[in-house]
Write a protein that binds this ligand. Structure first.
Ligand SMILES: NC(=O)c1ccc[n+]([C@@H]2O[C@H](COP(=O)([O-])OP(=O)(O)OC[C@H]3O[C@@H](n4cnc5c(N)ncnc54)[C@H](OP(=O)(O)O)[C@@H]3O)[C@@H](O)[C@H]2O)c1
Length: 330
């Protein structure tokens, strides 16, 4: 990234140019930006505050990559609100430490190891969950990696970035799908994504057209990431119109957003809602501690989204930041 450019997570968002059906028009970017002048993140959020408790003591939420950062803060929020929460982490020791930390704050959560980049770990987790609780309501796919400092753009770790941030979500979701309660008003997946994965970041016209197609399939998305990894291998990735900032991470999140849209459409009439949330430039390990707000701030809003009241729970939406906050179609 050149000098003077915005840090990746501060990059400006412009609306996806995907044609919008009439029903989604009221949720266009331009109409959802609110309270531009306020500096108070919660007041300025278009995401409704939690006003009534619709969930019960048996409502189950799973959070991936939850030993630190936004994932940990999301677990804390959900546990404070009285849900059954499964904190997962790829490193057992780090996961247990996180659980202990919560215990000291009076919060009890379940723990199981889960490395989303490892299909065997996903299978083990799914089997454990099936035996332990069997039914789930909320899946928060939060785990992700980026190996770049803020102003770098190396693709040296592209394979693991794609494997974790895209395939990790896809494989885990597929493994857990049979265990969702399948209720239009309750069952939901919240994928923690990034505005760097907005369609407007894709400069390759063929890929852009494919991503915008209403009939986009999961196979096409896999084809896109395969092509990207091939371009990385043969050293041509810089000239193929892939996103310019944090390229490997951006491609992984583009794929995640696109997959979320496919999933949302696939399950629209089958009792499962799927949305994405970009928490904005947040002070975590991923940003070297830089950001405009803390992981706890991001998680307050993330928890609101994860717990949208049944009447306000839609599907196929991309919630970006919260100060001022934008909602668009995925
Ligand atoms: N921070 C931001 O500005 C920002 C902006 C937009 C979107 N996001 C998104 O927010 C989410 C949370 O990121 P963060 O900022 O909280 O970063 P973070 O502090 O680096 O946390 C990432 C978490 O994911 C875990 N993880 C990484 N690879 C994993 C794997 N293979 N299996 C299971 N867990 C794995 C990490 O575990 P270890 O401790 O073992 O590494 C860590 O717990 C990510 O999806 C990220 O893309 C962040």
């Amino acid at each position: 990234m050149g000098p003077g450019a915005s840090p990746p997570h501060l990059a400006l968002v412009s609306p996806s140019s995907t044609p919008k059906p009439a029903a989604a028009a009221s949720l266009d970017h331009s109409t959802m930006e609110v309270n531009k002048d306020t500096t108070e993140p919660y007041l300025s959020s278009p995401i409704p505050a939690i006003t009534a408790r619709w969930w019960c003591k048996d409502t189950v939420a799973i959070v991936t990559g939850a030993n630190k950062g936004i994932g940990f803060s999301m677990v804390k929020q959900l546990a404070q609100l009285g849900l059954i929460v499964i904190l997962t982490a790829r490193d057992v020791e780090k996961g247990k430490k996180a659980v202990e930390l919560l215990k000291k704050q009076g919060l009890l959560v379940h723990f199981h190891p889960l490395d989303v980049s490892d299909p065997a770990s996903i299978r083990t987790f799914a089997l454990w969950f099936q035996k332990k609780l069997g039914v789930m309501d909320i899946l928060i796919n939060n785990a992700a990696v980026s190996f770049n400092d803020l102003y770098e753009n190396s693709v040296d770790h592209a394979e693991i970035v794609i494997k974790t941030n895209f395939y990790g979500v896809k494989l885990l979701t597929e493994a857990l799908l049979p265990m969702f309660r399948r209720s239009d008003s309750i069952s939901r997946i919240l994928n923690i994504s990034s505005r760097l994965g907005s369609i407007n970041k894709m400069r390759n016209p063929t890929m852009k057209e494919m991503l915008q197609n209403e009939n986009l399939s999961a196979q096409q998305i896999e084809g896109m990431v395969d092509l990207f990894l091939e371009n990385v291998k043969n050293g041509t990735w810089k000239n193929q119109g892939w996103p310019e900032i944090w390229t490997d991470y951006a491609v992984s999140k583009l794929a995640l957003n696109a997959y979320s849209r496919v999933l949302a459409k696939q399950f629209e009439d089958f009792g499962l809602r799927v949305n994405c949330f970009c928490p904005g430039f947040t002070q975590t390990s991923m940003t070297g501690g830089k950001g405009t707000h803390t992981a706890d701030d991001a998680a307050v809003v993330g928890a609101r989204l994860a717990l949208l009241p049944p009447g306000e729970l839609s599907t196929g939406k991309f919630y970006v930041g919260f100060n001022p906050g934008i909602i668009s179609k995925l």
